[in-house]
Design a protein around this ligand. Structure first.
Ligand code: AHM
Ligand code: MG
Length: 337
């Protein structure tokens, strides 16, 4: 319901559901669980060391990265909330080695969700913005316990994608394939309210985000692009650029959705063996869907991220996304030289 009181995320989802003849309400219920989990994670992130949850968990995830206590807590919150809601057939996450199947007695639903429960977690201890990223897929019909192979769907098959950013405000950004909307958590009443309707990314930008410390390892097309940006007004781009690097993809994508920009974690010679830094299924694909739905582009360098057929759950890919005209230039440098 919309009124001068505003539109809650719950009402937004119900209204969207009513537009689809034959909608069962299962997606709305799934989203309610995702929203609940993100509210709990937001509360933990806010409390921080008041409840002793900053710092390392002294464990490693499947990718050999040391987990923070809040990585483990956020994963538990997200996994347990969704498992019990009856809308998922299986789950997968950055923090779990393998697909998480449900105990036998749990009711199964028609969706699968893959997520990074707390992205940018190197920022937690220094009190900088982090977020949860999620991608919703359809489970294959008639399969009780989906396997890794069932998850390996291209980004174009995503039913929905979103992130929840834990910054000065907690904001949920969501797409179901019909544009992008942002909802700010009103902590006094416990509801996400529609504050950023129909988000679109400006097509042009003068702001890039890349970890410059990797510059000497980049391939030629990225070297060329950044070099031309750095040359500013006197260079071939004939304008001065600004630079940002938060080391938290959720924060970078949120900035780009707000005022445009280009974000790059390209392939480089240091990480070539791994295929990239960011993970395809729960970082690159959901962000690519959001960015494309907001009018931007998302590529690896030579190809569109959402066209990739994943080969494994924790696959990594190079990521270049943001304002359309700027990403197109980098795409051309990779494909046309
Ligand atoms: P994480 O999922 O372990 O937090 O890693 C992903 C993060 C991204 O949010 C961010 O863009 C990138 O890692 C930063 O990497 P770097 O520290 O190399 O700059
Ligand atoms: Mg991550």
């Amino acid at each position: 319901m919309s009124s001068s009181l505003g539109t809650s995320l719950t009402h937004y989802l119900i209204e969207e559901q009513q537009k689809h003849a034959g909608a069962t309400g299962e997606f709305t219920l799934l989203m309610n669980d995702i929203v609940s989990a993100c509210k709990v994670i937001s509360s933990y992130v806010n409390k921080g060391n008041l409840i002793g949850i900053l710092g390392s968990a002294e464990t490693e995830n499947v990718q050999g990265e040391t987990q923070k206590k809040l990585d483990v807590i956020s994963n538990d919150v997200f996994t347990h909330t969704l498992m019990r809601g009856g809308q998922v057939a299986a789950l997968a996450s950055e923090e779990m080695d393998e697909v998480h199947n449900l105990p036998d007695h749990f009711v199964r639903g028609k969706y699968m969700v893959v997520y990074d429960p707390l992205d940018g977690s190197s920022n937690i201890d220094v009190n900088v913005t982090v977020g949860t990223i999620f991608s919703v897929l359809r489970a294959p019909e008639g399969v009780k316990d989906p396997s890794e192979a069932d998850f390996l769907q291209p980004g174009t098959a995503q039913v929905a994608a979103g992130y929840c950013i834990y910054g000065p405000s907690t904001i949920m950004v969501l797409t179901t394939g019909q544009g992008v909307n942002g909802f700010t958590l009103d902590k006094d009443v416990g509801e996400f309210m529609l504050t950023h309707p129909n988000i679109t990314i400006p097509e042009d930008t003068k702001e890039f985000a890349i970890n410059m410390s990797n510059q000497r390892f980049w391939d030629a097309p990225v070297q060329r692009y950044i070099d031309e940006c750095l040359k500013g007004k006197e260079g071939p781009r004939a304008r001065d650029f600004n630079m940002r690097w938060v080391a938290s993809m959720v924060a970078e994508v949120h900035r780009i959705l707000t005022r445009g920009g280009i974000f790059m974690y390209p392939i480089d010679s240091k990480i070539r063996d791994k295929g990239g830094k960011l993970r395809l299924m729960y970082e690159a694909n959901p962000m690519a869907m959001i960015v494309e739905q907001a009018g931007g582009l998302a590529i690896t360098g030579p190809e569109r991220i959402m066209s990739i057929k994943p080969s494994k759950l924790h696959q990594r890919v190079p990521v270049i996304l943001g304002s359309k005209n700027e990403v197109q230039i980098v795409w051309d440098y990779h494909t046309k030289g």
